[in-house]
Design a protein around this ligand. Sequence first.
Ligand code: NAD
Length: 430
Amino acid sequence: MTDMLTPVLSANWADDRPWKLTNYERLGGYQGLRKALTMEPDAIIGEVKDSGLRGRGGAGFPTGMKWSFVPQDNPNPKYLVVNADESEPGTCKDIPLMMANPHVLVEGVAISSFAIRSNFAFIYVRGEVLHVIRRLQQAVREAYSAGYLGKNILGTGYDLEVVVHAGAGAYICGEETALLDSLEGRRGQPRLRPPFPAVAGLYASPTVVNNVESIASVPGIIAKGASWFASMGTEKSKGHGIFSLSGHVANPGQFEAPMGITLRQLIELAGGMRDGHELKFFTPGGSSTQILTKDSLDMPLDFDSVAAAGSLLGTRALQIFDETTSVVRTTLRWVEFYKHESCGKCTPCREGNWWLVQMLRKFEAGQAQEGDIEKMLDVADNIGGRSFCALADGAVACVTSAVKEFRSEFEAGYHTPAWELFPYGKSALF
Ligand code: NAD
């Protein structure tokens, strides 16, 4: 089974103190940076483009292409910002990565900044994870002392300052433009795009915003070559990726595997479903992606196959639910999260998610009325695609897909409480 894994970013997670610089160097750490500094920046961008790396934060935008959008004739400074504000329900890959292997991120920051000709980089970490912030700060300090960051890196004349910045604990600050507002010292709220950050981002200057795992994938691509990375995965979703399994599996956790691995294989790697239970539904990439059922067990988990199945690969956060789970109650829990985290900037998201929670509570209590399903779908339709950022689209994805897949459970909400159909205590989750 384990031959299905491709441990690259997670290769050293089980070692003794893998976060220490000396241990990282012993395994070839910072060789990618040494090589990158002998290359032309455009050649590095070309290598990342050729690798086929697509953004690991959820959207899957081609990383090398994003870098190539940075206008080099703009006289303003250029910035690299690492989005380490991982907060999506179910998404739990960047935090273990930064805890176990912070130097692969720091090395990726140095290479990526050099490629886009930036001398300033920020790692924006969600405020709640103080242990991660400390670990990253320590790694950055070690990298400065060893000459991998700071002035005249490895004697090449290239300068790079890196700041680890703690957010204040708002889901919306993972949205890239809200993150930039927050970094500038303002309340984090999304900006209208375009312009995209690559053209006008931090302090209205060209800024590349990339996810932790995307940047951490860069050292391997440079050290081992684009073709090595592209040899893994599928035609349009190349390379390795961290898949996070949570919920009703025997051994939840992170599994680094080639893109295109199936859920059936991942569940096997996770020791199977919990004893005596079977899969009812799952999210392919966190709660902002449409739920799918056991019909998709053999679907390759790559960007195109998941999109063809009507969902999104997102952050590869596979939340697994067995037959003891009420889909109504699960959807309510997710939408409560989105209602709480809505920044309030635009009306459809601020008001609409509040209404969805009221309606879902009625379904959960068995007090909904005929026609409420249609009303709820109408509210969802007036949220998705009508707000500033992807938070609202994500919030309604679970509602519309839950009704599509399990309409009869919502119809039962016209007369029977969910806790009678799915008693508390039977599910591992509630
Ligand atoms: P998006 O597709 O709008 O953009 C993706 C990236 O590509 C952005 O960096 C954007 O600036 C860039 N981009 C897109 N078009 C561009 C263009 N024409 N020129 C220059 N750059 C361009 O997606 P998004 O709204 O940034 O993110 C949505 C995704 O975030 C969802 O798919 C979801 O899975 C994910 N998400 C992740 C988390 C988490 O905790 N990791 C939380 C919520 C959502």
